[in-house]
Design a binder for this molecule. Structure first.
Ligand code: SF4
Length: 350
């Protein structure tokens, strides 16, 4: 099961932050909330080439971090390079630059997945939350993307959204929207990173021991029934907090590389801000978590960073937790979560 740890299999994915810049100011985004300390930058193409030397360690490359990847003018060449390394490639975009020419260039470059973020199914919801984006414009672009890909049957088109108190009732309408624009699936995430107390209470998941509110469950149920009927694949993140053995970002198999080449376990441990710490609001309290990264690919090979003792020690905690679940008698006692992860909702199935 864990044979990739013995180096026999390629790791699952590398997420490469080719942009930290974005045209939008979304209500829940740290770029909006920390605007005065945000570093808006595009990854240098030479740095990307350096990273790509070790891309064959991975099966999948996702070109996105805390910014809009289509702003990077080299994106199509970046996709082509990753494809040459026999990786599948995906991007998550706000869709603003997704005109017919861009769609066709991305498809020619070989992109396998285009995920487009949407906040709600009604213009008054989406446009208010994703400030700078227009739902009507986005719908047209998605329809164009669907028609451009008809010849090649690729890429997969995904709509992604974040469930919040003010949007969750629109989930069934979002299923309709996915069908209308020709998307293959709708992925419904939680507000899993809460950067500021201003957003506290906007999440729809429940603390341990409490059940999610009835109207939220009903909205999800209606969305599921409709998705079945319309043939739209629907994935909804869990709503009940439960400590995971390995978090949903799986640092055992996934790597994040920032716009400047820092190698981190996940996006939640490296924001493009000027400070060394990341503000988090978790279970009603505020925390400052030290950014965590294990090396930099402008001075070290990615595969050497992956093998560093300090990085292995971090992964080993998750590895031992996974093994303890399978073989409890061989791993007696509780194996504690890494400190930086204790206040991360992804560690609790969210
Ligand atoms: S628990 Fe959170 S911070 Fe820790 S590795 Fe997983 S996603 Fe990253």
């Amino acid at each position: 099961m864990l044979s990739f740890l013995r180096g026999k299999e390629r790791l699952r994915s590398i997420q490469v932050e080719i942009s930290t810049a974005c045209q939008l100011n979304c209500e829940m985004c740290p770029k909006n909330l920390f605007s005065s300390r945000w570093i808006s930058a595009l990854m240098d193409f030479d740095l990307y080439r350096t990273i790509s030397e070790d891309m064959n360690m991975f099966r999948y490359v996702h070109l996105q971090g805390w910014g809009e990847p289509l702003l990077n003018p080299n994106i199509c060449d970046m996709i082509t390079i990753a494809k040459r390394k026999r990786c599948s490639v995906g991007v998550t975009t706000n869709g603003l630059l997704l005109d017919r020419e861009m769609c066709s260039d991305l498809i020619k470059a070989g992109v396998d997945l285009i995920a487009v973020s949407v906040a709600g199914a009604r213009p008054e919801t989406h446009d208010l939350i994703r400030k700078g984006s227009s739902l009507e414009d986005l719908k047209q672009k998605l329809k164009d993307l669907s028609s451009v890909r008809k010849v090649e049957k690729r890429p997969k088109i995904t709509l992604t959204t974040i469930m919040m108190k003010n949007t969750v009732h629109e989930l069934p309408d979002l299923v309709n929207l996915a069908r209308e624009v020709g998307a293959d699936e709708l992925i419904v995430n939680n507000l899993d990173y809460i950067p500021s107390p201003d957003l506290g209470g906007m999440e729809v998941f429940s603390p341990p021991g409490l059940e999610p509110e009835k109207h939220i469950l009903e909205s999800i149920e209606r969305a599921k029934l409709l998705a079945d009927k319309l043939g739209v694949r629907l994935y909804v993140r869990p709503l009940k907090m439960e400590e995971s053995v390995v978090c949903a970002e799986s640092p055992l198999t996934n790597v994040f590389v920032t716009y400047q080449g820092d190698v981190a376990p996940c996006v939640y441990l490296h924001l493009p801000t000027k400070e060394r710490v990341i503000p988090r609001f978790f279970m009603g309290a505020g925390y400052l978590v030290e950014k965590l990264y294990f090396g930099r690919v402008d001075s070290e090979r990615l595969r050497d960073v992956w093998k560093k003792e300090i990085y292995r020690d971090f992964r080993d905690i998750f590895y031992r937790r996974a093994m303890a679940q399978m073989y409890p008698s061989s791993f007696p006692g509780k194996i504690e979560i890494p400190e930086q992860c204790r206040t991360c909702y992804k560690m609790y199935s969210i």
